[in-house]
Ligand binder design. Structure first.
Ligand code: ADP
Ligand code: NA
Length: 341
């Protein structure tokens, strides 16, 4: 049995929000804490993935550094985990090309994310789409790059959100196809689905908190000031029912606040709801805001320290890239050999 290898990535699309933190970054930190000494951990800022939508170069540069600094600030330790920019390790792109020679076009065209970009019904074929000319190859083949990210490190476990399960299934399928043709080179990676409930938008609590929502008050960023966090939570959309109850279907706004509190206090939502049932919404909101501020305080302080020393950040990124590169070299030597390259 090979030692566990954990790989996961995050796109550099600005400072992460509370949803990214509770759904992805905090689980990564917990994996790092709980990992056996033999477990290898790789966390990547997947900047090549970010290119699948138009980017402004100077903004992307800034977002990359912000994402890297955030990973360090939340508690990922470069002495324990390999933290690196994807684009700094060319084997990710090289393996992507190789995998694309075995990856199934049919499978890729059925992926939900691609279909939603096409904005076509599930049964529409690519050939009949008029929007086809607008679409970019990189968006279509994005899951192949994800597969390469995972397989180039011979990852055995991939912590992902529920929304990424389909992509991981594609990686497993592609790894199997490759192994079948060229020998058992890749472990078949398993998903570690985050148990955390999705954090919902503060302004539209029936959809998830996301960077892509226009209203900035819909999300709390990990670097928001205490005043800004209090303000955003205070104006969070709730309802006008008199009591506080936990009912995600009928009362998504209040229930989202209770869920956030439940994460931070490690108390089940029902118990929080009964503790607060006669309290005012205002006092619940103040309590939630206070807990977020308290929890993010040290993260925000570390983030500012890290961002103030860009040279040191570059040194850490360089060390991460070298360690990641060494690991990918072992994979690529075997892959090239198996292919006759
Ligand atoms: P966004 O939707 O803001 O663009 P991403 O799609 O880049 O976020 O997600 C990065 C990681 O954060 C993924 O693992 C995803 O599952 C997780 N994540 C994103 N939004 C939330 C949320 N609202 N609640 C919980 N986890 C989330
Ligand atoms: Na997204």
């Amino acid at each position: 049995v090979p030692e566990p290898v954990i790989f996961s990535g995050i796109q550099p699309t600005g400072v992460p929000h509370l949803g990214n933190y509770l759904g992805a970054l905090l689980p990564w930190v917990k994996l790092q804490q709980d990992a056996s000494p033999g477990t290898k951990l790789f966390f990547s800022i997947v900047d090549l993935h970010a290119l699948t939508v138009p980017q402004n170069a100077s903004q992307l540069k800034k977002w990359r550094a912000e994402a890297f600094a955030t990973l360090l600030a939340v508690g990922l330790d470069p002495n324990r985990s390999t933290i690196f920019y994807q684009s700094a390790v060319p084997a990710h792109a090289e393996l992507m090309w190789i995998l694309s020679t075995v990856a199934s076009m049919g499978y890729l065209s059925r992926m939900t994310q691609w279909k939603s970009k096409l904005q076509l019904p599930e049964d529409t074929t690519l050939e009949h789409s008029e929007a086809r000319a607008q679409l970019r190859l990189g968006l279509f083949s994005y899951p192949v790059l994800q597969a390469a990210d995972i397989l180039v490190h011979r990852a055995t476990h991939v912590p992902v959100g529920e929304d990424q399960r389909q992509h991981l299934e594609f990686s497993r399928y592609t790894a199997n196809s490759f192994n079948h043709l060229f020998g058992d080179l890749f472990p078949i990676p398993e998903a570690l689905i985050s148990p955390a409930k999705r954090v919902m938008s503060l302004k539209e609590p029936t959809s998830k908190m996301s960077k892509s929502h226009a209203d900035e008050r819909s999300r709390v960023l990990l670097t928001d000031s205490p005043a800004s966090i209090h303000k955003k939570v205070k104006v969070a959309l709730t309802d006008s029912e008199p009591m506080i109850t936990y009912d995600p279907i009928h009362r998504p706004g209040v229930s989202n606040l209770i869920e956030i509190l439940s994460h931070f206090e490690d108390i089940p939502c029902d118990i929080i709801a009964s503790e607060y049932q006669n309290a005012s919404l205002r006092s619940l909101k103040e309590h939630v805001a206070g807990r977020i501020v308290h929890h993010l305080h040290d993260i925000r302080e570390r983030y500012q320290q890290i961002m103030a020393d860009q040279i040191q950040l570059e040194v850490i990124a360089q060390q991460g890239a070298e360690a990641a590169q060494a690991n990918t070299n072992r994979t690529m030597n075997r892959v090239r050999d198996a292919l006759g390259l």
